[in-house]
Design a protein around this ligand. Structure first.
Ligand code: ADP
Ligand code: MG
Length: 325
């Protein structure tokens, strides 16, 4: 059984004329120990999807579909159960660690708090576990007494990872976990995440606008555009031989794994993703697509098989994309 299974998930912020359909029918599956990457430019709905998984969205968001964690639907779960699942089932690492940590509490106490709450243990045991976690994420145990502002950005992100690990989750959702960090620290944090999920057999859903970060870390990649998955397949295939023109454009934007210059100045993909409240007709990528056909403005294309374990939502798939690379 899948650890995480998302079926036809839709998330719309607001309603009426100002409705923002941010996620528009997403299907995903993560099996035990698997690492799935979700790529896409800013505004494509990646964070909305991540927050929806644990029902962390603002009250203005309306959700439909199913989000099964170990077969249990998060969308219909009772409040108490949901709280338990948020720590022990799946936990989230966000981009801006500074905003997620409490400025007036020592980090050791912040890591111990969920352990105390969810594992019914004594304060002394929780504190000891917090220290072990700090060690696991490569921070000196003495840093348990530090306040968030006394740590560097990379150290704070390590604390966030320690908190995510606190209650032994089976799935970690990491939303742009390294985007705010400089390149050297980014590489260290990615290695740490990789190592931890491998050793502890945790599944990973990692989100980034940077395809190289995902290609390096994940087994499978899903490419999101305008609230939908437009391509999904083995990481190497999607990074190296994408079938959807958007997947190809993203790969071209980040041509080399670890290449710092291209990270700072992405190239080869002019324009922006559409505003979800004013989506283009037909295939939402057609206005930016270098190989669009007349029909692409009229009709959207569902995901179709593009190879083994590889799906892409483009009319060109299976109809001779070879000459177009
Ligand atoms: P990504 O993480 O891929 O950058 P987001 O999920 O943050 O994308 O945003 C997807 C779309 O939803 C964007 O158009 C964004 O402006 C919109 N959006 C995000 N949060 C809210 C919100 N709380 N209310 C209304 N619109 C939102
Ligand atoms: Mg985001």
């Amino acid at each position: 059984m899948s650890l995480l299974e998302v079926k036809n998930l839709r998330v719309t912020y607001g309603s009426g004329a100002r409705a923002v359909p941010a996620v528009r029918g997403v299907d995903l599956r993560v099996t035990a120990g698997q690492k799935l990457g979700i790529a896409g430019e800013s505004g494509c709905g990646k964070s909305t999807l991540a927050l929806a998984l644990l029902r962390l969205l603002p009250a203005t968001a309306r959700l439909s579909g199913e989000i099964l964690i170990d077969g249990e639907d998060v969308l219909t779960m009772k409040w108490g159960r949901l709280r338990a699942v948020r720590w022990a089932g799946a936990s989230i690492v966000f981009q801006g660690a500074m905003h997620s940590l409490n400025a007036v509490h020592r980090i050791g106490d912040q890591i111990a708090e969920p352990i105390l709450l969810h594992q019914k243990t004594t304060p002394a045991v929780a504190r000891q576990r917090a220290r072990e976690l700090l060690e696991q994420v490569g921070l000196p145990v003495a840093r348990a007494d530090a306040y968030p502002h006394e740590l560097s950005g990379g150290q704070r992100q390590r604390v966030m990872i320690a908190m995510a690990l606190a209650c032994d989750p089976r799935l970690i959702v990491a939303d742009e976990p390294t985007t705010a960090l400089d390149v050297m620290i980014q590489a260290q944090i990615l290695r740490l995440i990789e190592q931890l999920v491998a050793v502890q057999d945790i599944s990973l859903l990692m989100i980034s606008h940077d395809l190289t970060v995902l290609a390096e870390t994940c087994d499978r990649l899903a490419v999101m555009y305008a609230g939908r998955i437009v391509e999904e397949g083995p990481a190497r295939t999607v990074y190296g031989a994408a079938e959807h023109p958007y997947g190809r454009a993203l790969s071209a934007t980040f041509p080399r794994i670890g290449d710092t210059a291209s990270r700072r100045a992405p190239r080869g993909l002019p324009g922006d993703p559409p505003d979800p409240s004013a989506l283009p007709s037909g295939c939402t990528f057609h206005p930016r697509c270098p190989v669009a056909l007349a029909a692409c403005a009229e009709e959207d294309q569902a995901l179709v098989t593009a190879g083994e374990g590889h799906l892409a939502a483009c009319v060109r798939v299976g109809a001779g994309t070879e000459g177009l690379r």
